[in-house]
Design a protein around this ligand. Structure first.
Ligand SMILES: [Zn+2]
Ligand SMILES: [Zn+2]
Length: 102
């Protein structure tokens, strides 16, 4: 189950569970869409993988209590601004490869 982290790891923007601009990598590193597109170039600084939009967990109980009320979002802030110099190196190492070829 996804933790649904509360913020962008780089810019610290709040990403509520219903945020449509929350993006995650396969390890659930969480960033806002603006950072993913404009700063990270769809490369996760922690693993080198790509991002996808984070699914939105229903607020109310429709099926078997699989909802935010019973499985609330994480409140643990992860804020580790990206080292932009290091990230440029990682991007150049990947040579424009799409995530499915990395
Ligand atoms: Zn951000
Ligand atoms: Zn990652």
């Amino acid at each position: 189950m996804l933790a649904l982290r509360p913020n962008c790891e780089h810019c610290n923007k709040a990403l509520l569970p219903a945020a449509e601009d929350a993006m995650i990598c396969s390890f659930e590193c969480t960033f806002c869409e603006v950072c993913v597109q404009q700063i990270l170039a769809n490369v996760c600084p922690n693993c080198g993988g790509g991002f996808t939009h984070r699914p939105i967990r229903p607020q109310r109980n429709y099926v078997n209590h699989n909802c935010l009320l019973d499985h609330p979002a994480s409140t643990a802030i992860v804020h580790k601004p990206v080292d932009l110099k290091k990230h440029k190196l990682l991007i150049s190492m990947l040579k424009g490869l799409a995530p499915s070829f990395r």
